[in-house]
Design a protein around this ligand. Structure first.
Ligand SMILES: Nc1ncnc2c1ncn2[C@@H]1O[C@H](COP(=O)(O)OP(=O)(O)OP(=O)(O)O)[C@@H](O)[C@H]1O
Ligand SMILES: [Mg+2]
Length: 367
């Protein structure tokens, strides 16, 4: 059975010399065998520092790192057997593709015929076998990054560590490489940690996402957990868009929002509940709100505490082919609403609409 704690990080901390605030402040993380964990967060939150401590490139101030049950905290980088892919490709420009990929095997003293077989196999996996004899300078950015990936994978690493490997590439290429890296990682079953500040990248590639902020892990969960059940205002607004309301808890599962009145909220929320009299932040995703024509049959009779219905006026419409984002004025608030576009049916500015949502999609957040 796969080890669910294959990589286990305990109370890992880094204080750089001459700084007062720790770059990484006592974080705990686990990554299961074969899993891809994304470390996601804004610039400077400590992602690279964390990854480099796992790799052995930076000495932690305190805390431990275990891989497969073995404490590697003090093991030097070249003895950890990890594969690394960085934002800059860091390939040898004067060598061809094969020689770049073979480099790590040579360093490990692997014999020429085995080297050749392993290089051929990994180049097939990243779909570069036909370019084995090309110089690095004669490759596109995406091809170079696949060489870097092949070079990391060819040594059968205990862990594959990737630090923003796609950020130097253009948007189209980034998206196709996302899919390729994920397929290759799944096929090889290599336990991986992937650093990114791009939420789409994290959500689309990872088994689980650890959202970091100011050196701490704000939340860890599957992409759907993180998106649908953020535990804080920070996570809710860093990942995707969110409508936020100041709310007052009146009863368990019920809040009062100025202008919108009494609303039901999801009761399974993971956020710490505020004192009954305290104010909290309630959140609903733009995709969880539905819009209907004002004259839609029986809309009025559908309104219940579990499914509130409001009259609103469209303030703006932004159409991107498959999706439509609306801003709708409702009872003194402007709501962001996102729907799948239906051919030939858009609401325009000034249209009167009915807005509704399910109680369980309105969630309470911590700070
Ligand atoms: N060598 C260093 N000496 C002192 N401070 C450092 C050093 N390297 C990083 N820092 C600081 O540590 C914090 C975390 O940096 P880190 O590079 O881990 O962030 P990051 O999340 O990878 O950011 P980015 O998305 O910009 O790459 C930052 O405040 C940074 O300025
Ligand atoms: Mg970084």
């Amino acid at each position: 059975m796969a080890d669910t704690n294959f990589l286990q990080i305990r109370k890992l901390r880094k204080e750089y010399a001459g700084t007062v605030v720790p770059a990484v402040a006592d974080i705990d993380l686990t990554v299961g065998e074969g899993e891809l964990l994304a470390l996601l967060g804004p610039s400077g939150c400590g992602k690279t520092t964390t990854l480099r401590m796992i790799a052995g490139l930076i000495d932690p101030t305190s805390g431990t790192i275990e891989v497969g049950g073995k404490d590697v905290t003090r093991v030097p980088v070249h003895k950890r057997g990890m594969g690394m892919v960085f934002q800059s490709f860091a390939l040898f420009p004067h060598l061809d593709v094969s020689a770049n990929v073979a480099f790590g095997l040579e360093m490990r003293g692997i014999k020429a015929n085995e080297r050749k077989a392993r290089v051929t196999a990994v180049l097939e996996r990243v779909e570069l076998a036909h370019l084995a004899d090309r110089r690095i300078g004669q490759l596109s950015g995406g091809q170079q990054q696949r060489v870097a990936l092949a070079r990391a994978l060819v040594v059968d690493p205990s862990l594959l560590l990737l630090d923003e490997p796609l950020s130097a590439l253009d948007a189209k290429l980034r998206e196709s490489l996302r899919v390729q890296i994920r397929e290759i990682q799944q096929a090889s079953g290599t336990t991986s940690v992937f650093v990114t500040h791009d939420q789409d990248e994290a959500l689309s590639m990872a088994d689980r996402v650890a959202v970091m902020n100011n050196g701490v892990v704000a939340q860890v969960g599957t992409p759907t957990e993180i998106y649908e059940r953020p535990n804080s205002v920070f996570v809710a607004t860093f990942i995707g868009r969110a409508n936020l309301f100041d709310a007052r808890v009146t009863n368990p599962g019920v809040v009062e929002v100025a202008g919108l009145g009494t609303l039901g909220v999801a009761t399974s929320t993971s956020a710490s509940p505020a004192a009954p009299s305290g104010t909290v932040t309630a959140m609903i995703r733009p995709q969880a709100i539905s819009l209907a024509e004002v004259d839609a049959a029986a809309a009025e009779s559908l309104a219940t505490p579990a499914r509130p219905v409001y009259d609103g006026v469209v303030r703006s419409t932004s159409y991107t082919g498959d999706q439509v984002a609306y801003r709708v004025d409702v009872a003194g608030s402007t709501l962001e609403v996102e729907t799948t576009a239906t051919l030939g049916r858009l609401h325009g500015q000034g249209d009167r609409v009915r807005v509704s949502w399910n109680r369980d999609d309105l969630r309470l957040l911590g700070d």
